[in-house]
Ligand binder design. Structure first.
Ligand code: FAD
Length: 601
């Protein structure tokens, strides 16, 4: 078992030096948290992850989930983690103090998810979902619902879920058919089937609170008719008791990865006795749920970057110990074999993993910084950070998921045959990360959102704001002789992105929307590479100025030199992939659009 799964020096570098979390302390909302206290919080998180999560990674996978006699059992550590997270206030970390939270900057709260998911991505999902579900109640529910549910959820006694998907409505949520019929008692009678519900049922937890999308009888068709309900597995009754609420588990899914993180199918109201309570106004449910979906998209990207980080450290450790062959310039067979970390091909795969993990985490922190700045600012500034966050959300979800999968595959490859076997964690990481490109909106759906909606937001205002952000970084890097080359490369990549976006805009103007959106995914991949290069250039600027000052030595010096080296790796090996993507996107061919005859045979 590898000993390390995150690099704390990297976390602190990104948090304090690149993304300047300490700046936030000047706002009253975050005045409790300065650089020192934040460092202590992050250290505490690592200690908790070392104790409660990391030792159980393999066990959670091997124990899996059992469904027998209508009961779902998971690894006993799930309930212990929920309790620990609740008792220490982590489930409410980013929420206001008056709502029972810690009012921690999102930049710090997200590191909770990063460190925990790197330690054990099977266990981390349970409190993470509860946090998101409680957030919906805080933002949109009435006082009675808050009174009944919040404290129980924030203390980890009750699990929270998001119940959106139905067998016939996955990506297309407007097609959900779960119905809600009003009653005179103030609640609604619910009937329907929800599928693929994470953390949807398990023994050992007092209750499970499903934040559920349904349509009130007679509601308008499509997304405009969707409402949000609180549907508890057991409904609170007189005397503080809990009684069954018509929520039945129809089965559990047997999955490729995340086998310790239960996913169930739920039958709601088969017994005509499922009560739901409306959250906020009728027919506003999807808009409300977007709060949780957007937060979850950032979380999923964070979890993917976290698994990539864990896989990188496991393969790095292996590569330092495994000896095989000799260096190509030392072919003397009487010499001992060399550690595989000395082979360029292994180094290429390790740098790729490092570039994706650390570049991905940097984008996560960039997004959560925008979230924090949006929270504390007003007027135009507030709108600016909101737009930037909207634009970058599909990228921060998909890049760590998709590039992370390739990175973890590289990690597995570094181990050779051992990577394919259960004796090492790489095969589990490879299986576990695969889901990140699917749930919370597939890569395809995120890409459509980016090109079809986010790039167009307010006549391209979000896109222009992103260009301004990158230009600022490029200008700062151009002042540093060692970075000029990379600043120039990113400048030309951004210009190319603008050109490709205009090219696609012309297709959109013809009204052929299917053709316009046909290459949304390659476009997203290109955009993501540029966003990550921007994050690497930011890191390069900080590392260069530290190295310029000449005050570092030993491991510290190596840390900053490694940053510059990994930045160069990204610019030389990964960023140029945009050129191939550009060629495909602007080819003028219509190879993926269905023509008169279907040639997919
Ligand atoms: C392990 C797991 C846990 C999950 N947890 C939850 C949960 O807690 N709560 C919850 O509500 N849901 C959950 N989900 C559901 C998940 O969000 C959906 O599986 C996902 O959104 C995709 O929906 P689908 O499976 O129905 O696939 P589909 O929507 O059928 O999509 C199939 C393929 O078609 C593509 N596609 C679909 N529509 C279009 C389109 N218009 N244009 C182009 N391509 C399209 C998709 O990108 C995808 O590649 C979970 C799923 C899994 C597997």
């Amino acid at each position: 078992m590898a000993l390390q799964y995150v690099d704390m020096s990297n976390i602190k570098f990104l948090l304090h030096e690149v993304h300047k979390v300490g700046d936030l302390a000047r706002y009253p909302e975050y005045s409790e948290y300065d650089d020192d206290s934040i460092s202590m919080i992050v250290e505490t998180l690592k200690e908790l992850a070392d104790t409660y999560l990391f030792p159980y990674l393999e066990e959670c996978d091997r124990t899996g989930v059992k469904y027998e006699n209508g009961k779902v059992t998971v690894h006993p550590q799930v309930v212990k983690v929920m309790k620990m997270m609740g008792e220490n206030g982590w489930i409410g970390a980013p929420y206001p103090v008056e709502a029972g939270g810690m009012q921690l900057p999102h930049m710090v709260a997200i590191l909770n998810e990063f460190i925990f998911a790197a330690a054990n991505n099977n266990l981390n999902g349970y409190p993470s979902l509860t946090m998101g579900a409680a957030g919906l109640i805080i933002s949109f529910a009435n006082d009675a619902l808050k009174e009944t549910y919040l404290e129980k959820m924030l203390t980890g006694k009750w699990q929270g879920t998001m119940a959106l998907t139905e067998p016939q409505a996955g990506s297309s949520l407007s097609d959900i058919t779960t119905t809600a019929i009003p009653t005179e008692d103030g609640h609604y009678k619910i009937k329907g089937t929800k599928t693929f519900i994470s953390a949807g049922d398990y023994e050992g937890i007092e209750n499970i609170v499903h934040l559920t999308l349904a349509k009130i009888e007679g509601a308008p068709t499509g997304a405009k008719g969707i409402s949000l309900f609180v549907i508890p597995q057991k409904r609170p009754a007189a005397g503080g008791k809990l009684e069954p609420n018509g929520v039945a588990t129809a089965g559990v899914f047997h999955k490729l990865g995340q086998r310790g993180y239960v996913t169930v199918q739920l039958a709601l109201g088969d017994d005509d006795n499922c009560h739901g309570w409306l959250v906020g106004k009728p027919h506003h449910g999807l808009a409300y749920m977007f709060q949780m979906m957007n937060a979850s998209r950032i979380s999923v990207g964070t979890h993917a970057a976290a698994i990539t980080s864990a896989a990188y450290h496991a393969s790095l450790e292996f590569a330092r110990e495994r000896v095989q062959g000799r260096r190509w310039n030392e072919r003397d067979l009487t010499l001992p074999q060399t550690e595989i970390i000395n082979h360029p091909d292994i180094r290429r795969m390790l740098f790729m993993q490092k570039a994706v993990a650390e570049g991905g985490l940097s984008l996560v922190l960039q997004c959560t910084r925008y979230e924090d700045l949006h929270h504390v600012s007003e007027g135009e500034e507030k709108e600016k950070y909101d737009l930037l966050l909207e634009l970058l959300t599909p990228l921060v979800k998909t890049f760590p998921a998709d590039a992370g999968l390739q990175a973890v595959s590289n990690g597995l490859q570094v181990l050779g045959g051992s990577g394919f076997c259960e004796d090492y964690p790489l095969e589990q990481y490879y299986r576990d990360i695969r889901i990140m490109s699917i749930y919370e909106g597939t890569t395809g759906i995120q890409s459509l959102d980016l090109l079809g909606r986010k790039v167009q937001l307010q006549q391209g205002k979000a896109f222009k704001l992103f260009l301004a952000e990158t230009q600022q970084t490029i200008a700062a890097a151009a002042e540093i002789p060692a970075l000029q080359k990379y600043a120039g490369q990113l400048k030309s990549e951004v210009e190319n992105l603008v050109g490709v976006t205009k090219h696609l805009g012309k297709i959109a103007a013809t009204g052929d929307i299917e053709l316009f959106l046909a290459d949304a995914t390659p476009y997203q991949q290109m955009f993501s590479l540029i966003a990550i290069a921007w994050q690497w250039l930011k890191q390069g600027i900080v590392a260069s100025s530290v190295l310029q000052a000449g005050e570092k030595s030993g491991d510290d010096l190596i840390f900053y030199e490694s940053k510059i080296h990994t930045m160069k790796y990204f610019f030389v090996y990964q960023l140029p992939e945009t050129r191939a993507l550009t060629t495909s996107i602007t080819s003028g061919e219509k190879l993926t659009v269905l023509g008169d005859k279907d040639l997919l045979i």
